[in-house]
Design a protein. Structure first.
Length: 82
């Protein structure tokens, strides 16, 4: 990946609601209500609800928000050490 591509990925991440994002699936994580992604932790922001989504896709979206910045930072670090 180019430096420009990595910077673009980080820009998208930095413009999104801050992590952590946590996926909660009805029937797996709690018994009633609808599935959602909770944003924030100590300072809870807002919940993201979907009209129709597979639990695996919802989990992926939440996980991606949390780890993509870490992966990009690692790529940048490894490129510096080449």
């Amino acid at each position: 990946m180019t430096e420009s591509e990595l910077k673009n990925i980080m820009e998208v991440c930095n413009n999104a609601t801050p992590s952590p994002w946590t996926s909660y699936i009805e029937g797996r994580d709690f018994d009633s209500g609808s599935s959602f992604i909770m944003t924030g932790k100590e300072k809870r922001d807002y919940d993201i609800e979907f009209i129709s989504i597979k639990p695996e896709d919802q989990d992926f979206i939440a996980m991606a928000r949390n780890v993509i910045p870490l992966l990009v930072e690692e790529i940048i670090k490894l490129k510096r050490n080449q």
